[in-house]
Ligand binder design. Structure first.
Ligand code: NAD
Length: 696
């Protein structure tokens, strides 16, 4: 039964019961309407209370019914809300835990609302490129005013009910037993012989700032923070329409906007990302019933760039960490750097001093490997050198307790080989964090040939606890993300040699929506990293076509921001990239020397060569089973590489363009000066021929 009906001393109690979050699926919507009718027909019932069972009042739409006929079957949510508003007996909503999206819109249709102070209140539709389509843009402003409604609806952020206590949204905000309070309130209003208020009829509260100024400020803010996304602007238009043209016209306008937004590529991409993130948690051979191991304490080996951030990830989630180094100076430096990062967060107002102190206290520095003996998980982040890793894993094998999970943060070494340094390969897994590890959301979980399902399930669960988006990758050089980015950077370098400048390439891809172009990114990360990789590649694959220009840049010591010069010039102590005459001269001289014909590259070519390099390698990764599904690749790029969210990730983006188009473009790139670097991936070729897609 998705809505339970009970009568308690003259009050009909409708309890939404559609786990996990009382999504408003078809049966639930029907149940509410039926419950209201039944209550109306029974003369003994004087009032109705609606609440939610379990962990939510309601989290909104039932995502399991997305894209099914049930999602659009009557009674639609708008009809349910009208039923509440038109009910002759007072309807009281009792909110607790979560009231979001359609769940909040439902509550806005009640005559009265009470809430537990901690209830998370939100209209998050904008995050899916949509707007609240069941009156949220009309009723919320009438309850809390235009200014706050604009903020909530255009950002989608959740606000605890206690922060809305001064608005007309709630009759009462209580600290406990909201249901008891709502039943008592319902009995009271049920006994009154008065008309019951609806937000539909309520006038917009007037604030101190004229709303025209609020709309303008909101539009400017949306244009800055959600560049190129139509949804936040439509949210503003809908709120404004309700004020200017009245409730009914506003409601119709909202409906039209919703229908238009559902069809936009941006909303499709955002909805894809939403489902992709959920799908990434599903792993072949690891059922939901797979047991997991408790991870109460963690060891981190190596207090360098990565080890520091990794230790912070755990401390931030309240998990005690022992941070082990072999050298006292490195340990001291690492620990001091962590302290400084926390102080920086305090100074920026992101963290309270006592919180920072508590987190720092959870990280215990040590020079003794023996201190790792009790850790449930040990993450290795030492130098990227097979001999050093071998030494570390042999020691961990001897001293870690039975059942401890041994993880490596290696970027390029073979995880199976690392597992082979131990006698417990089933307990070895890759945890590939991204720099800075305490900030970046992405975690690639590398599944070795022998990694046990239990270890994988445990690490995936832990990833959620520390706020990471985890994607499983098979073992290969670079895993999913870096293996693909290598092809992208390779193309960026070829294009320089063919006539483009670093700033032209960066600007083209940044205009497409990337957070940072390849040359600015390289300067930030350090050009010497790629140099070391290219030297290794040159040994391993002597026939590989690659652009020598980046080596020449490194030979000049232009390693990037850290040396004050890279693909760009940097004024002392500045991060602002300035086009460099020296680099321009270097590139052109190199091209002349190498006999590469020069031409002007159009931005479209630049963008497509970069994107399709990612897509083509992604297709190889799928073919090899390194990624389980195309959407996993999309998540890697959306969360770890600054791929524009409103484009859904490289594989989704390619699907949207049409795979035949992508294939034909690659066939054309093969005719260009560095054409030998391209080979259409077999999976791309097959899908293009069949008119198929990577995703679904
Ligand atoms: P780093 O050089 O900054 O730090 C390595 C630390 O390990 C040093 O402090 C060193 O003293 C310590 N160390 C060396 N041998 C040790 C041993 N036997 N026992 C304990 N400590 C030891 O390196 P990093 O950039 O932090 O990289 C660490 C690992 O993370 C590498 O495998 C790297 O490939 C990987 N990784 C790096 C990045 C990145 O952006 N830097 C990103 C993802 C993964």
């Amino acid at each position: 039964m998705s809505v339970e009906y009970t009568e308690l001393d003259g009050v009909a109690l409708l309890t939404l019961n559609n786990p996990p979050v009382n999504g408003l699926g078809h049966a639930t919507r029907q149940g509410i309407v039926a419950g209201v009718r039944r209550a109306e027909e029974n003369p003994a019932v004087r009032a109705i209370v609606i609440t939610g069972a379990g962990r939510a009042f309601s989290g909104g739409a039932d995502i399991t019914e997305f894209n099914t006929p049930k999602a659009v079957a009557e009674p639609m949510l708008g009809t349910v809300i009208s039923t509440l508003e038109q009910c002759r007996k007072p309807v009281v909503a009792a909110l607790h835990s979560v009231a979001m999206g359609g769940g909040l819109e439902l509550a806005l249709g009640a005559h009265y609302r009470l809430a537990d102070a901690a209830t998370q209140i939100a209209l998050p539709e904008v995050k899916l490129g949509l707007l609240p389509g069941a009156g949220g843009t009309q009723r919320l402003p009438r309850a809390i005013g235009v200014e706050r409604a604009l903020r909530m609806i255009t950002t989608g952020v959740a606000v605890p009910a206690r922060q809305l206590v001064d608005t007309a949204l709630f009759e009462h905000v209580v600290d406990q037993d909201v249901l008891g309070a709502a039943l008592a309130f319902a009995r009271d209003v049920g006994a009154r012989n008065t008309a019951h208020p609806t937000l539909r009829e309520r006038a917009l509260p007037t604030g101190s700032t004229p709303s025209a100024a609020l709309y303008q400020a909101a539009r400017e803010h949306a244009a800055r923070t959600m560049k190129g996304q139509p949804a936040p602007l439509k949210c503003i238009d809908a709120i404004e329409s309700g004020e200017r043209d009245g409730f009914e016209a506003g409601l119709r306008f909202e409906r039209d906007c919703f229908m238009a937004l559902v069809a936009t590529p941006e909303s499709r991409a955002l909805r894809h990302a939403f489902f992709a993130e959920r799908a990434a948690g599903k792993i072949a051979g690891v059922g939901t019933d797979t047991p997991t191991r408790d991870i109460r304490t963690v060891g981190v080996v190596g207090a360098g760039t990565m080890g520091r951030g990794i230790a912070m990830c755990f401390a931030n989630a309240g998990v005690p960490v022992v941070l082990v180094e072999t050298r006292a100076d490195a340990l001291q430096q690492g620990h001091a750097a962590i302290d400084q990062l926390y102080r920086g967060q305090v100074a920026a107002g992101k963290l309270a001093t006592d919180q920072a102190d508590r987190r720092l206290a959870l990280i215990r520095p040590s020079l003794a490997y023996a201190d790792l003996a009790q850790a449930d998980l040990i993450v290795e982040a030492v130098f990227e050198d097979a001999t050093v890793k071998q030494n570390v894993f042999e020691q961990l094998d001897t001293l870690a307790k039975p059942g401890a999970i041994l993880a490596s943060n290696t970027s390029t070494l073979d995880l199976n080989q690392i597992a082979g340094y131990t006698r417990r390969a089933a307990d070895v897994v890759g945890m590939h964090f991204f720099s800075p590890a305490h900030v970046m959301k992405l975690l690639e979980v590398v599944r070795g040939a022998q990694t046990s399902p239990e270890v994988l399930a445990s690490v995936m669960k832990l990833a959620r606890k520390i706020g990471k988006t985890a994607v499983v990758s098979g073992v290969c050089d670079g895993f999913i993300g870096n293996r693909m980015i290598e092809q992208y950077i390779r193309q960026a370098l070829f294009m320089l040699e063919e006539g483009a400048t670093p700033q032209q390439v960066d600007q083209a891809i940044e205009a497409y929506g990337f957070a940072m172009g390849p040359f600015r990114m390289s300067d930030l990360a350090g050009n010497d990293i790629g140099w070391a990789i290219r030297k290794r590649r040159a040994r391993e694959q002597p026939d590989l076509v690659y652009a020598k220009i980046a080596d020449k840049l490194c030979e000049l010591g232009r390693f990037g921001q850290k040396t004050g010069a890279g693909w760009y010039d940097y004024a002392p102590g500045q991060r602002q990239a300035q086009p460099s005459a020296e680099v321009e001269a270097l590139v052109r001289a190199h091209a002349a020397q190498s006999g590469i014909p020069q031409r002007k590259l159009e931005d479209q070519e630049i963008v497509e060569r970069l994107l399709f390099a990612l897509v083509n390698e992604g297709a190889e990764i799928l073919e090899e089973g390194i990624a389980a599904r195309a959407s996993d690749i999309d998540i890697v790029y959306l969360t770890g590489y600054g791929y524009p969210v409103s484009r859904g990730g490289p594989m989704f983006d390619a699907d949207a363009r049409g795979l035949a188009y992508v294939r034909d473009a690659i066939l054309f790139f093969q005719t260009l000066p560095h054409g030998a670097a391209w080979r259409v991936a077999p999976r791309l070729a097959r899908l293009a021929d069949a008119g198929g897609h990577f995703n679904g």
